[in-house]
Ligand binder design. Sequence first.
Ligand code: NAP
Length: 476
Amino acid sequence: MVSRVIPVDPFDLVIVGATGDLAMRKILPALYRRFRAGQIPPEARVIGAARTEMDTAGWRAEVASALGEGPERDAFLARLDYVVLDAEGETGWDALAATCRPDVLRAFYFSVDPHLFAPLAKRVERHGLAAAGTRVVVEKPFGHDLASARALNAALAEHFHEDQVYRIDHYLGKETVQNLMAVRFGNTLFEPLWNAQYVDHIQITVAETVGVAGRAEYYDRAGAMRDMVQNHIMQLLCLIAMEPPARFEAHAVRDEKLKVIRALDPVEPGNIVRGQYRGDGAVPGYREDVGQPQSRTESFVALKANVSNWRWAGTPFYLRTGKRLRARSSEIAIVFKDAPHSIFGTEAGRHSNVLAIQLQPNEGMTLDVTIKEPGPGGMRLLDVPLDMTFAETLGPDAEEIPDAYERLIMDVIRGNQTLFMRDDEVEAAWAWTDPVIAGWQERGKAPAPYDIGSSGPVDSLMLMHRDGRRWREIDP
Ligand code: NAP
């Protein structure tokens, strides 16, 4: 089965922050792969911009070494230009204006620290670079709390219409996240069961093995709640919990996600556990990693959330994320209720169907179904995972599935905002998160220590045990 590649229109994409880590590691490799796939037409151009003094040849050489050898690399590099530009000063703006083509779709990727979003937006408009169809892509973190997110939204809104703003959450660009929507809304099988009557609970885990190295200063100000829960995990929760939108279209989907966030109950202090990894002699602990011996920032958080609406009342969503855990694994698990009555007697044990969606390290989807253990040994039941990724059916092309950044950047060019967060969604997510963090600050309690390579603090296990449930193993 060969996937279709429909070329996008020619464009000028200006990457501000062109010398940075994200540009080199994610954005440019993603563009290169789409170019190789034939999705980016030869008339498209990528204009790198940053303060570092260099010329186009210099930037092309840096990009070449970031990309490594590969087919059609020189043709891709020939599409690149570089402009020395200061987001906070006037350097380079005339040169940029002279480089951008007037009659071609234009997009800006603000791959810089968020404090530069407002000065950039202002200068893009002031220098006549913000035509009606111009798009602006902004990276996370989008705000530190509700007030700062509002200020960022207001600063962007001064110069751009909301339909021009693309707030990236790369979790939403993952193939499996979209497959989740296809499975949910493309089949009659799941949707009738997708509610509190049939779903016992939902677990969302984003586990990492890495610590905070390289991002220590930022992370110690943010913590797991801001860095992961408010954005990525909240977005995943929304896709699971939302009502079917009337159409798979940006406003319809985002309206439904917003309703979910607004239906979230405030989290009670007893329903949330914070943790911080401690050193084990060989590997430094969190406080050493951030160089703050007294730090009370959480590197782990687990919580029980309730979506108070007709569909979900009584079905909790357990969310957890942490660093330096036993494996790198991101997974959503929809755990269905046990069959109401077992005709096989108590010795057959308890069995429940689980739809598990893996996002990291590999993407995939399995449905645990109960079958008879083969053989003459009587009616013994067995849970087996049904692979719903269908790698065999899709054939070798399945390996060519674009990564999240490839898909999202192409969506920007196509003008499709479905997988990007809208201003009101981001603000609602902060409005839910802020009181949780304020509560911690008021109580001033230190996070519970946990061992490197573990599944987090013991208290997080208790969060489930006391409800008669347990977390799924964090497996790679
Ligand atoms: P970075 O490596 O520090 O790069 C920052 C870029 O901004 C550099 O190219 C820098 O180039 C440029 N820059 C700084 N001040 C500037 C100014 N006044 N005018 C023009 N350019 C300026 O940061 P990054 O890791 O690439 O991250 C970029 C953004 O993506 C941040 O918002 C970050 O939070 C977000 N993000 C990054 C990652 C990641 O994996 N790296 C993941 C998620 C989100 P010059 O010094 O040459 O100006």
